[in-house]
Design a protein around this ligand. Structure first.
Ligand SMILES: [Zn+2]
Length: 404
């Protein structure tokens, strides 16, 4: 049945590209992307989909009921928000909103998910069960998926519906080969938490450090010790990244400041390491500061959890992908990516997987294409119907056979 998905997707390619360009031209930030929501609703208004929105975001969940009776439920997710950055692509449908750009491809995710909705609606009478389309804002650090879960839009205990039986998402990659689908069982993307360490001493004249408690060398010692901690206290087989990306202290060449502040990120691939880092960093920082008679305070701002793909969902996705794009069209990723993704919240509750789709232009030197979050990021739109077909295939095959 999936053999025809690509040709069916091709019949929707004009509307997929049109929606992508409309969303691209008018990008929105954060948890509220109402113009994008309205474009989605308009594009899919003719389909027999019932829509729900919660109080916390403009996120939408549309439900398409199959005509072949009750059965499994499957969720497909596309994120809708853009990034606070200028666009320098020179495209004729480039962003009209100064300082805001769809540089993570969420415009294409919206369009591919809407394409999948059209494909699946066209064959709804053959489907048993239901497909839920999750259009989610606030992926770029806003915890949009968590808010939609808390609003009950995905169902679960205490809400009207049960959680879906499976969930899938697809993310484009401009610096990956044209049309290649890739995935990985287990950790796919890292947990990302923000770290801030404030070292407090006592300032004074830079020529008389013995009369002060200089926080600067202590802060530097902590930066180095964090790397030693990562290398010596954590297994290389469960990787951890700690990066201090910002150091702030002092005002002049001859003034020792009262305090110094370190800001950075912590990336982990397991809940165990994430919890351990949260415990070890304060111990390390305050221990080093105390050794010199100063104090250090650590605050950790929780980001997204680890994105973990269910192994049978990845096996299943691989077989669906190969049936659509051929044997060579799917690749297993050897390594996770240390970036983070808030679909992780969905995968904490629902078995499923996230996949990547290469959107470099055909024949392009893909390794040197501008990647996501680049002001010059480009997408070969001819790949988008393939993405829509893959999403539709995941839903159709899951409803028919589960993970198989
Ligand atoms: Zn993204």
């Amino acid at each position: 049945m999936t053999a025809s998905l690509l040709s069916e997707a091709a019949t929707f390619s004009d509307s997929i590209v049109a929606l992508r360009r409309a969303v691209h031209r008018e990008p929105e930030l954060g948890l509220h992307t109402p113009k994008t929501r309205d474009k989605i609703r308009t594009a899919l208004a003719h389909l027999p989909i019932t829509w729900a929105q919660g109080p916390s975001t403009t996120g939408l969940v549309g439900t398409l009921k199959g005509g072949a009776g009750p059965g499994r439920s499957v969720l497909l997710r596309g994120d809708t928000d853009a990034l606070p950055m200028p666009e320098e692509t020179g495209l004729d449908f480039a962003s009209h909103v100064p300082g805001v750009m769809h540089a993570c491809g969420h415009d294409t995710h919206v369009a591919m998910l809407a394409g999948a909705a059209q494909i699946l609606a066209a064959r709804a009478n053959t489907l048993a069960g239901e497909v839920r389309f999750m259009f989610q804002p606030g992926e770029e650090g806003w915890h949009g998926a968590r808010f939609m879960l808390e609003d009950g839009l995905l169902g679960g205990a205490g809400f009207d519906t049960a959680l879906p039986d499976a969930a899938f998402a697809l993310h484009i990659m401009p610096n990956a080969p044209h049309g290649l689908i890739a995935g990985r069982a287990g950790p796919l993307m890292a947990a990302a938490d923000q770290l801030q360490i404030t070292v407090t001493g006592r300032g004074g004249h830079a020529s008389m450090p013995h009369d002060t408690m200089d926080p600067v060398p202590i802060a530097c010692e902590i930066v180095s010790a964090l790397q030693t901690m990562v290398a010596r206290r954590f297994s290389v087989f469960d990787p951890v990244v700690v990066t201090i990306a910002k150091i702030e202290a002092g005002t002049a060449h001859n003034v020792i400041p009262d305090s110094a502040r370190l800001t950075g990120t912590m990336r982990t691939l397991s809940a165990a390491n994430r919890a351990r880092l949260k415990a070890e960093i304060p111990r390390l920082a305050s221990g080093i500061a105390a050794a010199h008679g100063l104090s250090a305070e650590v605050s950790i701002l929780e980001g997204f959890p680890v994105t973990i793909c269910d192994p049978s969902a990845v096996d299943f996705g691989e077989s669906v992908a190969r049936s659509i794009v051929g044997e060579a069209g799917f690749q297993r990723l050897a390594d996770p990516i240390m970036g983070a993704e808030d679909f992780a919240y969905v995968l904490e509750k629902v078995a499923g997987a996230m996949f990547f789709l290469g959107v470099a232009h055909r024949g392009a030197d893909w390794q040197h294409c501008c990647g996501i979050h680049s002001t010059k990021m480009l997408v070969d739109e001819s790949v988008l119907p393939t993405g829509a077909a893959f999403l539709a295939g995941l839903a159709e095959q899951f409803l028919a056979n589960g993970f198989g």
